[in-house]
Design a protein around this ligand. Structure first.
Ligand SMILES: N[C@@H](CCC(=O)N[C@@H](CS)C(=O)NCC(=O)O)C(=O)O
Length: 213
């Protein structure tokens, strides 16, 4: 049985839930409450010394880092594929995914926001502005690429979902928390809507998780 340590509102856990659903895998969810700080406490800290979600256990395998988990699932359960067979296609899909995973999500993460508050002393309005700024930079880059590149289809790459869509959707979902205006990014919105028509994406939404509040 696959076990996923997760929190309903965690964007990185959200990525893994989508991947598991797309591959048709059943899994047990173990909620770790991020706002209560359970990720920094035992017993979770021993499982993942970095103190971050998600974490996947599959028999003897224990994997942290959402994109490493998705790579693991791709190797252990290749169908349906979330990456591309050809080198250029795979590189494009990864590079779109990394805009979300490296340039957007880490800047708006809980521990970063806590640090901006204390010791750096930024108030709520300044912290929200920080989040919106990095979201807008990332979405603008995604929009330019998705609009300008011929490989874009119904989804980020062609007409089936890939790891690029798996990273895009949680980013769109979490952007609402800081009041990000998605008006300037029509292609991002169109692809998000196409994803949400799929049951695998809908079932992975934060509100549909057992630990949702
Ligand atoms: N690069 C990591 C990032 C993991 C991460 O930052 N997870 C967040 C939840 S979305 C977390 O656990 N935050 C806890 C904290 O900031 O204390 C991944 O992709 O898994």
């Amino acid at each position: 049985m696959i076990r996923l340590y997760t929190y309903f509102r965690s964007g990185t856990s959200h990525r893994v839930r989508i991947a598991l659903n797309l591959k048709g895998l059943t899994y047990e969810q173990v909620p770790v409450h991020l706002v209560k700080g359970e990720q920094q406490q035992e017993p979770y800290r021993t499982l993942n010394p970095q103190g971050l979600l998600p974490l996947l256990e599959d028999g003897a395998a224990r994997v942290s880092q959402s994109l490493a988990i998705i790579d693991y699932l791709e190797r252990t359960h290749p169908e349906p594929r979330l990456l591309l067979e050809d080198a250029a296609g795979e590189a494009r899909v990864r590079s779109l995914a990394l805009i979300c995973a490296c340039e957007m999500h880490p800047l708006n993460n809980l521990r970063v926001l806590k640090y901006l508050k204390n010791p750096l002393g930024l108030d709520q309005a300044a912290r929200d502005a920080w989040c919106r700024h990095w979201m807008e930079e990332g979405f603008a880059a995604l929009e330019r690429r998705l609009t300008g590149e011929l490989e874009t289809g119904r989804f980020c790459h062609g007409d089936r979902p890939t790891v690029a869509d798996i990273c895009l959707v949680p980013q769109v979902v979490s952007s609402a928390r800081w009041g990000t205006d998605l008006g300037p990014y029509p292609t991002v919105r169109r692809i998000h809507e196409a994803c949400m028509e799929l049951e695998a994406f809908a079932r992975a939404m934060p509100a549909n998780q057992p630990d949702a509040e």
